[in-house]
Ligand binder design. Structure first.
Ligand SMILES: [Ca+2]
Ligand SMILES: [Ca+2]
Ligand SMILES: [Ca+2]
Length: 580
């Protein structure tokens, strides 16, 4: 989606003026002059903190001390701020304020200079239950081929679109058994992002990440009722949700040769209309090595997770593993089928010229699932490194699976590398004025924070060292408001959150509020003029964000961004439940 949207041209939409509603009557009690601009002097997690976690906010106004007031206006803490530091990534002079010692549940405000108040701040147990649930439920809202009934979707109910029971084999995907124009059925699956297409590469990392969230905290998810059509069966709703996409993925493999179509897509992006009205012909496009390997990895990992449900889902785990092995064999025979966008197709590419990491991920998952030496050799031959995962860098997903599910022989050296990487993130964050470890703000920078938070929680899971959970809390703090834009980057949550997301359903459903629980891509400088020349984005990467529908480069949503956010919120929430 992303790169091609850029190549394809610029969407221009009229600017919608956003009026931020005054936040709370309590705040007004303190200061009639309160407004969102002075609140942006104090950047903090706008949702809540569990009592025992570190609580560090940032201020952008030179102040020697800060106070914390309870909801009756009584000062409960007065403390010195840290020295001013210049943050080159946001162009701000910032100070940190640390109020970790405040542990009593309640609602509070931070005050600086006697007259500048923060958004409301909360301390409570189970602080992220609701946001984790909505973040997961956003996948349901992005299901293709299913009507959203009001009893599950509330005011976001809608008709079904994209049944995908009639999908054409594109010329680029033609084979002897399935010539160009052959009709296949490939229903279900999630819309990838703001568009209505379905892409194997991005679906793979997203599905894997949700299943991983389940593996790390199964009890948490067994108790989580999403109010989706499958909520009353015996399968945890997160597994139901992942299955909705997994079953689509299974239909993307050509049973004749094991090759996997790279995507299911219209020729060009649909307009900003509801799914039911987006009725252009859809195609499966080109089999690619990246799709085959990501598919193999995800199917093999799914087989492992789904064994637990063999009574409810007979034979499904075996089918997944069989399909994974077939895809791997196809990739072995076709190791350099890099995706090349056909001339008549302009939707998302997810093109990737370096597949070493995809080989490593697929081999890791297949070795775990089969214990076969064939895959072990592929792993040993691969000079794997650890980094923050994204759709085209998936080696760390293989490493995580080996750490959680592999045998000790492989795990020891990987664990060292893995923890070294996380430790480096922690060192960087502690030195950074904004307390972040991001060097470059990429497209979808928010997903880098979510994925780093996920890696930290896995480190916590492996070592039980509190420093990793504490650092994951700070990744979450960033996404929930402690960032240079002052936004809580999740729709429907926080005092200041995105309203005008680049998401066709939210843009055309005639409901004022966007579908909740969606993490937007976040700031970056990659396409500074996506809203045309009348909108000037900040020249600083950490601030270059616009809550406008036209800003596809900063305000789109995507399944691979929401999945690590589900992991992060659920695992932090679950671990805090234990600590409390
Ligand atoms: Ca269920
Ligand atoms: Ca790659
Ligand atoms: Ca809407």
């Amino acid at each position: 989606m992303f790169i091609t949207m850029y190549q394809k041209g610029f969407f221009r939409y009229s600017f919608v003026v956003i009026i931020f509603v005054m936040i709370s009557a309590c705040a007004n009690k303190f200061n009639d002059k309160e407004n969102s601009s002075n609140q942006d002097f104090i950047l903090l997690n706008q949702i809540a903190y569990a009592p025992n976690v570190p609580k560090i906010a940032l201020i952008r106004s030179n102040s020697k001390q800060f106070s914390i007031l309870d909801e009756n206006g009584k000062t409960v803490l007065k403390k010195a701020t840290s020295p001013v530091k210049y943050a080159a990534q946001s162009g701000d002079s910032v100070q940190q304020i640390n109020f970790s010692e405040l542990i009593k549940p309640g609602k509070y405000f931070i005050r600086i200079k006697d007259s500048i108040y923060s958004h409301p701040m909360q301390i409570k147990a189970h602080p992220y239950s609701e946001i984790a649930k909505q973040a997961l439920k956003s996948f349901y809202f992005n299901r293709s081929g299913m009507p959203m009934q009001a009893k599950y979707a509330g005011k976001w109910s809608r008709s079904a679109g994209h049944p995908d029971t009639i999908v054409y084999v594109h010329a680029s995907a033609a084979s002897k058994q399935r010539p160009e124009g052959t009709i296949i059925s490939s229903p279900k699956g999630w819309y990838d992002a703001g568009d209505y297409n379905k892409y194997i590469v991005n679906s793979s990392i997203s599905t894997y990440t949700l299943l991983l969230a389940y593996q790390v905290n199964p009890c948490y998810f067994k108790n989580l009722d999403l109010n989706i059509p499958e909520s009353n069966d015996k399968i945890p709703d997160i597994i139901n949700e992942a299955l909705y996409n997994l079953r689509w993925m299974m239909s993307m493999q050509d049973p004749n040769d094991g090759g996997v179509y790279h995507k299911l897509s219209t020729k060009s992006f649909e307009g900003f209309v509801m799914p039911k009205k987006a009725t252009n012909k859809r195609y499966v496009v080109q089999k690619s090595t990246a799709a085959a390997l990501d598919f193999a990895a995800t199917m093999a990992y799914s087989s492992l997770i789904l064994r637990e449900f063999s009574n409810e889902l007979p034979d499904l785990a075996d089918s997944c593993l069989m399909q994974a092995q077939k895809a791997w064999k196809w990739a072995k025979k076709n190791p350099d089928q890099y995706y090349l966008q056909p001339k008549d197709i302009s939707t998302g590419e997810y093109g990737d010229q370096n597949l070493n990491d995809e080989w490593f991920w697929a081999a890791s998952e297949l070795m775990i699932a089969t214990q076969s030496l064939e895959y072990e050799k592929s792993i040993q031959d691969n000079n794997m490194d650890i980094n923050t995962p994204t759709w085209n860098k998936v080696n760390t997903l293989g490493a995580i699976s080996l750490l959680l599910n592999g045998n000790n022989a492989e795990s020891d050296s990987i664990k060292t590398k893995f923890l070294d990487y996380i430790n480096q993130l922690l060192v960087k964050e502690n030195k950074s004025p904004l307390r972040i470890a991001i060097d470059d703000f990429n497209w979808g920078s928010n997903s880098d924070f979510a994925n780093q938070g996920m890696l930290k929680m896995i480190a916590y899971h492996l070592t039980h060292k509190a420093k990793y959970a504490d650092a994951a809390q700070e990744s979450l703090d960033y996404l929930l408001g402690r960032n240079a834009t002052g936004y809580c980057f999740v729709t429907g949550f926080g005092a200041k959150s995105p309203r005008n997301i680049h998401h066709r359903i939210s843009a055309s459903d005639k409901v004022a509020e966007p579908i909740p629980g969606l993490l937007v891509g976040g700031p970056n400088l990659i396409v500074p003029d996506d809203c045309g020349t009348n909108v000037t984005r900040s020249e600083y990467p950490a601030k270059s964000y616009e809550d406008m529908q036209c800003s596809y480069s900063t305000n789109e949503i995507a399944i691979n961004w929401n999945a690590p956010f589900v992991f992060l919120t659920s695992s932090v929430d679950a671990s805090e439940n234990i600590k409390n």
